[in-house]
Design a protein around this ligand. Structure first.
Ligand code: 4M4
Ligand code: FE2
Length: 502
């Protein structure tokens, strides 16, 4: 790519900023390469044959924005291949336009998180592709909600390029949390700020398993706010809006993309999943709060939408304060697995305490289900949990923590039917990242299988994979050692070997 680098560029340091989000466990690792035959303590069951893909923000160069939030690093994809009781590891950066041009220039060129007015050069697409990685139609898609996906080869992790679905993609943006219909493989997606920064337009689209676009519906949201995750049932889609709002004028003045808005309600958009018109969308309103990740959603016998997700009273993205600069202290944040029940035909658009119930009281995040039950009635949910009573050695961890969030010391499993929670505690100097569920080969029973999660060990300052059998949740079947430290990441998915070869 031919790049013209202006002669005057903002100065950059030759090391990362002395800020928590760049230090300790959060010091960028920037490794590309592979390690065969990772050390295994315990046993990886023989029936496991597939790859766990995940992504972390991992800034290739020190930024010229001193307090850049950790959400703004280049997407670096890890692939853990588990087969015949062995594990191997590969890692490669997504070759985004940003990554490639910065590599060529040998320095940071991109400015603030989602603010193009702060860039040192003009980018066509400025995404970092750092939030999720999914497998679709034979490719990996590296996702961030500000741009189209980047496609990658699932085996080599080579970047194939920006994915426009042969020109069918109608939106400038693509969610980091597409949903998949377990029966048909259909991918259900949306983009917000879909006509560019500061636009209230939301573009909803469904893509058949073979990559053909089935329908597109353009909506207008009541505010320009973050729609990070969403939910799908057999007949409905649900758009929870985080009351973090965007203002184009603030962007032009070099400000933050997001500002916490205590006066904005928690809007919940509800749209028929198939055959909707723009005017069919209904924006329900609930008093201000912070919806985090979705667990699952379905319709009950009366046709109500049942939507399970994390809910916090306070602003989880504390690094984007309100207009007065107020933010909660991170250690006071508490998200709970919450059930919102909405009658999509109700006359009133007001949601009250009667629509909401807490499913799990603990401080939790990164909910996962047995994806064969996505969009359907389900019973089992897995998540990261923070329970200080479990015995974490905070004195050892805190100096190396880097940023203070997210901070979960255990994995939980809630049986929604019995209301019982089981907990796996990985160790006193450990914190967990998002788990993935792996079905047991040959079993169709919901939740029968394994849970796999990347774990940060602050005593060794390296990473480990912990593998649990859901029949024996409280102990690890295998602990797989990595000879390096992988920074805190966001999301990933398990891809069975049979899916890759088909
Ligand atoms: C958890 C969410 C989240 C939301 C927006 C982002 O840009 C992001 O980047 C890593 C992460
Ligand atoms: Fe997310």
């Amino acid at each position: 790519m031919a790049t013209t680098i202006p002669t005057t560029l903002p100065p950059v340091a030759s090391h990362y900023p002395d800020r928590p989000q760049f230090q300790g466990f959060m010091k960028p690792g920037r490794v590309e390469g592979e390690v065969q035959n990772l050390e295994v303590y315990g046993k990886i069951p023989d029936d496991i044959d597939g790859t766990f893909y995940r992504v972390m923000p991992d800034p290739q160069f020190p930024p010229f924005i001193q307090d850049d939030p950790w959400f703004n690093g280049d997407g670096n994809i890890s692939a853990f291949r588990l087969k015949s009781g062995r594990a191997s590891f590969k890692q490669r950066y997504v070759r985004t336009e940003k990554f490639t041009r910065e590599r060529e220039a040998q320095r940071a060129l991109l400015g603030k998180y989602r603010n193009k007015y702060t860039d040192a050069v003009e980018f066509k697409v400025r995404t970092t592709a750092n939030t999720n990685v999914v497998h679709f139609d034979g490719k990996l898609l590296a996702l961030k909600e500000d741009a189209p996906p980047y496609a990658m080869d699932p085996d080599t992790l080579e970047t194939l390029g920006l994915e426009t679905f042969d020109g069918q993609l109608p939106s400038l943006t693509f969610t980091a949390h597409p949903k998949f219909d377990p029966a048909t493989g259909e991918m259900i997606c949306f983009g917000y700020e879909a006509k560019g920064d500061g636009t209230p337009d939301v573009c909803y689209y469904r893509v058949a398993a073979d990559g053909k676009f089935l329908e597109t519906v353009w909506l207008v949201a009541p505010v320009v706010a973050m729609i990070h995750d969403f939910a799908v049932t057999e007949n409905w889609v649900v758009f929870p809006m985080i009351p973090q709002v965007c203002d184009l004028e603030r962007l032009k003045q070099g400000g933050e993309h997001w500002q916490w808005s205590p006066e904005t309600p928690f809007y919940v958009g509800v749209l028929p999943r198939m055959g909707a018109k723009a005017s069919d969308v209904r924006w329900f309103r609930h008093p201000n709060c912070f919806p985090s990740h979705s667990a699952n959603a379905y319709e009950d016998a009366t046709g109500n939408i049942v939507f399970d997700f994390g809910l916090s009273e306070k602003n989880v993205f504390f690094w984007w304060p309100d207009a007065q600069g107020n933010s909660p202290r991170p250690e006071t944040l508490h998200s709970q697995l919450t059930r919102l029940t909405v009658d999509p035909r109700s006359e009133s658009l007001e949601l009250t305490a009667a629509n909401v119930s807490v499913l799990q009281m603990g401080n939790s995040e990164f909910y996962r289900v047995d994806d064969r039950f996505a969009t359907k009635p389900y019973r089992h949910v897995y998540f990261d949990l923070m329970d200080p009573a479990l015995g974490t050695d905070f004195g050892a961890i805190v100096p190396q923590l880097g940023g203070g969030y997210p901070l979960y010391n255990s994995l939980g499993h809630l049986d929604i039917e019995t209301k019982h929670t089981e907990v796996y505690f990985p160790g006193r100097t450990h914190m967990v990242q998002e788990p993935v569920f792996i079905p047991r080969r040959g079993s169709t029973v919901e939740g029968d299988g394994y849970l796999l999660a990347l774990v940060n060990n602050y005593a060794t300052m390296s990473s480990e994979l912990h593998l649990l059998d859901t029949k024996d949740f409280t102990k690890a079947q295998a602990v797989i050692m990595l000879p390096l430290r992988l920074r805190h990441g966001l999301h990933g998915n398990w891809v069975d070997a049979a899916e890759i070869t088909k």
